[in-house]
Design a protein around this ligand. Structure first.
Ligand code: SF4
Length: 380
């Protein structure tokens, strides 16, 4: 169980992005807004303290947006506050998302001092023309420098986020991006296919015929290349989009894939506490105004029924390549998934999309490419 913190500020908006974030130059006084936002985050953390109780928290994930845009000292102080305020184990996994253009040596050291021990760098590609094509602000040469600064500061658990299916990206570009990433010896690599989100500049340019994207078959081939190259380099493929050196899975994300509870803090963040799921409104000003009054401002708040929880456990659990353990599911719900989802499982088995192995139900290689269909089959 852990804590997710959303920092919704970016230096500029990437052309494909529909995440909740605001561009800092649009804020009249960013340092004042950032300071007030951190105050609201503290209020929110205090609010959940009694509701959460004493269950031990094992992870913090600070995502965004671009958390590394906040002054590192303030961010470090906030992490220190969370560790004092909430019931964390003595050495939690503390991850932070970093844009390679915004990391400094001092910043890395300040974060390391308060226990940040994992960094996720938004690399996406090692070709500057591709970074420009998707509106990323950093340049590929900054990645190596960021990795070096993190290691110097004692943060050796490093993830590199990579993307395939970018405008004009060739197979050779993708192979070279994978090789450059491997050469930096990160503990973890995530590979995401570009998704064309409605309302983004990239979607508009594609619909106007100004930009060409690799097709579905090309994307599937790039995904296969990633699997082959990363496995060949000693990485384990443990979740559809995620690879790691043995033993270096992201503990925080495992929490989601195991459908466990977590506290979500920040505008636009979601949380899952004591059987209730909530989503904070994606509006920074109203988020802060609400916490001035000491109350949350939800966009969604709902009790998750037992039936829904079981469905969600199956849907997210099937993203893990090891699959879902039958005995664990039975001990959690007092019923086996074979009984609850008999028809769905028989159907997926017949189509060769899932298989039983070592007490687990898991996707096959074929099922990996049709994961939406596998997950969707468990929604009652
Ligand atoms: S840095 Fe991340 S959150 Fe910010 S605009 Fe780019 S993709 Fe979106």
């Amino acid at each position: 169980m852990g804590v997710y913190v959303h920092i919704p500020f970016c230096a500029q908006k990437c052309y494909y992005c529909d995440f909740h974030s605001v561009v800092v130059s649009d804020e009249e006084d960013f340092s004042e807004v950032a300071g007030n936002y951190l105050v609201s985050l503290r209020q929110e953390a205090r609010y959940y303290r009694p509701l959460w109780g004493e269950r031990p928290l094992r992870t913090i994930f600070i995502g965004g947006g671009t958390p590394s845009l906040l002054p590192p000292r303030d961010l470090a102080a906030f992490v220190g506050f969370l560790r004092e305020e909430l019931p964390f184990v003595s050495e939690p996994e503390i991850s932070i998302e970093i844009n390679p253009h915004s990391l400094t040596r001092k910043g890395a050291q300040a974060l390391s001092m308060v226990g940040v021990n994992r960094a996720s760098l938004g690399v996406q590609a090692f070709q500057d023309y591709l970074l420009e094509a998707i509106g990323r602000i950093h340049r590929s040469e900054q990645v190596e420098g960021s990795v070096a600064m993190l290691r110097e500061a004692g943060i050796g658990n490093i993830n590199l986020d990579l993307m395939f299916g970018l405008p004009s990206q060739s197979s050779q570009d993708w192979v070279s991006t994978l090789q450059s990433a491997i050469a930096l010896r990160p503990t973890h690599i995530s590979c995401y296919g570009l998704i064309l989100e409605g309302g983004t500049p990239l979607e508009r340019w594609v619909s106007e015929g100004l930009v060409d994207l690799p097709g579905d078959d090309d994307q599937a081939e790039m995904f296969q290349m990633a699997c082959r190259i990363l496995l060949g380099a000693g990485y384990e493929h443990y979740e559809i989009s995620n690879f790691c050196r043995p033993g270096w899975q992201c503990k925080h994300n495992l929490l989601y894939w195991n459908n466990r509870s977590f506290i979500g803090l920040g505008s636009g963040a979601t949380g899952y506490i004591s059987g209730f799921r909530y989503k904070n409104a994606s509006d920074i000003q109203r988020y802060m105004e609400s916490w001035d009054k000491g109350v949350p401002f939800y966009e969604d708040f709902a009790k998750v029924s037992l039936e829904q929880e079981m469905d969600e456990t199956m849907m997210v659990g099937m993203r893990l390549l090891q699959g879902i353990n039958e005995a664990d599911f039975r001990s959690r719900y007092q019923v086996g998934f074979g009984e609850v989802y008999r028809e769905a499982i028989e159907n997926l088995l017949a189509r060769g999309l899932v298989e039983y192995a070592a007490g687990h139900l898991r996707v096959t290689r074929q099922g990996l490419f049709l994961e939406n269909q596998v997950s969707g089959a468990f929604l009652r």
